[in-house]
Design a protein around this ligand. Structure first.
Ligand code: FAD
Length: 418
């Protein structure tokens, strides 16, 4: 007999585990199907301060604190040739409600969240891959294959697709729209002995901007630091050597990253992953919501992915509750889509502009006028709800960037790296 649930969640990453836990806390019968067995490796290690209230809501803060993840109080941006540097400290942000975040090893972090989901009452099945999703009367069915090849069909009144970049239902329905320009790729690894700053700045995310590409430096434990380079897929394709040789070549040619990596020792292999930005045309169906990367994926410069995934997981639960109350999902699901797209579009604009030189010229040269640096600080912390006083400042910031393209407001930057 087909097993029936209030909601089925596909995927046990941060988006799926958030949605599952919050549904269970409302007393619903929930099934979460995850194709991997946790803990499993995942990239995406720098979190935002606005993640923290969601951790509280999930009741998972004690476990995260006990895991001893490095605390992140801010973010730094530097040019590869060391000619410019700018740093943000979240607690100095006038518009930022939450002063700190954490850096995590995703295998551990995602596992803590998923165990908490199971402890909240969700039936979590690991090693179960969902193959197909169908709409049925007043619900959805999913066909899944278990760890021993067993096949089952499950029915849910509601379905949340949190399948990440696997983008299960978006692909099934042909909804994915790739960003025309952001066809990137990431080359990364974990290292010991990466040079970090002293004191509170030791936990910062450091972004080093090169010509058309950038590096991240993210301490993920007391010893280990994640270092990665995001570059154009085409440039990667032109390289004749191995990814490891390419990584070393870029490090050697850029003083800012070389300075941090001089004594570094690699602890695992160099990974390469596609990093193409995309969005699905719509984020809902009659009984279905897409959350996290299954809604859209964004180049990770501003470390927004996990926060967007968890926030959308939370919003999806609220949308389902509202749909049940009204006896109709149309309006609540449209509202859900609007909120998630608004958050994604905000970072989308930041990411697109980040690859332009005028953006870097204004961004790397903050002036204390109109509290603009504080507004940018809030955006970097994950303040997406911001009221008008934040929004007009961000519009002004983008206006300055577009003026800088034609008229010199801030000193010019010439990228010399290769
Ligand atoms: P995921 O975390 O990917 O979880 C999806 C889950 O669904 C997976 O566990 C998967 O196994 C499962 N699944 C997939 N298909 C199926 C199926 N058919 N059946 C069952 N289960 C399935 N974000 C940040 O916040 N900070 C960063 O610093 C950052 N850096 C990044 C660097 C790179 C190079 C990349 C590529 C991404 C980065 N991100 C970062 C983005 C971040 O990794 C994602 O946005 C985040 O993991 C999204 O969470 P999610 O729950 O939507 O998806």
């Amino acid at each position: 007999m087909q097993q029936s649930y209030h909601t089925i969640v596909i995927g046990g990453g941060p988006g799926g585990s958030t949605a599952g836990t919050l549904l269970a806390k409302r007393g619903h019968k929930v099934l979460l199907l995850e194709k991997e067995i946790f803990p499993r490796f995942h990239i995406g290690e720098s979190l935002l301060p606005y993640n923290l209230p969601i951790f509280d809501e999930l009741g998972v803060m004690p476990e995260l604190n006990a895991a001893g993840f490095p605390k992140k109080f801010g973010a730094q941006f530097e040019l590869g040739d060391k000619t410019r540097w700018v740093g943000f400290v979240f607690k100095q942000g006038k518009f930022t409600k939450h002063p700190q975040a954490m850096q995590v090893e995703r295998a551990k972090f995602d596992h803590i969240l998923l165990k908490n989901t199971a402890a909240s009452g969700v039936e979590v099945r690991e090693g179960w891959t969902v193959g197909r999703v169908d709409s049925v009367e007043n619900g959805m069915t999913v066909q899944a294959t278990g760890p021993n090849g067993e096949k089952e069909t499950f029915r849910g009144d509601w379905l949340i697709d949190a399948s990440g970049r696997g983008n299960l239902t978006g692909n099934q329905e042909g909804l994915r729209v790739m960003h025309p320009a952001l066809k990137k790729l990431a080359v990364f690894g974990h290292f010991l002995n990466v040079k970090l700053d002293a004191g509170e700045r030791a936990g910062d995310t450091v972004v080093i901007r090169l010509n058309n590409k950038w590096f991240w430096v993210i301490p993920v434990s007391a010893e280990k630091t994640s270092v990665g380079c995001v570059m154009d897929k085409e440039e990667f394709g032109r390289w004749k050597g191995s990814p490891e040789e390419l990584f070393k070549h870029i490090v050697q040619n850029n003083p800012a990253i070389l300075d941090r990596m001089k004594n570094a020792q690699r602890v695992d292999e160099i990974h390469v992953t596609a990093d193409f930005s995309y969005k699905n045309r719509t984020l809902f169906g009659p009984r279905l919501l897409r959350v996290g990367d299954a809604a859209g994926f964004l180049d990770p410069i501003f470390s927004s992915g996990v926060y967007i995934a968890m926030r959308s997981g939370k919003l999806a639960v609220a949308a389902i509750a509202e749909a049940i109350k009204r006896g109709d999902s149309t309006k609540p699901f449209r509202y859900y889509e609007k909120q998630v797209f608004a958050g994604m579009d905000f970072y989308w604009e930041m990411v697109e502009k980040f690859y332009t030189t005028p953006f870097m010229e204004i961004f790397m040269n903050p002036r204390e006028k109109f509290d603009l640096p504080a507004a940018v600080n809030a955006a970097l912390a994950g303040e997406l709800q911001g009221n008008w006083s934040l929004r007009w400042r961000m519009r002004l910031f983008f206006l300055l960037v577009s003026i800088q393209g034609r008229k010199r407001l801030a000193p010019r930057i010439v990228f010399r790296d290769q």
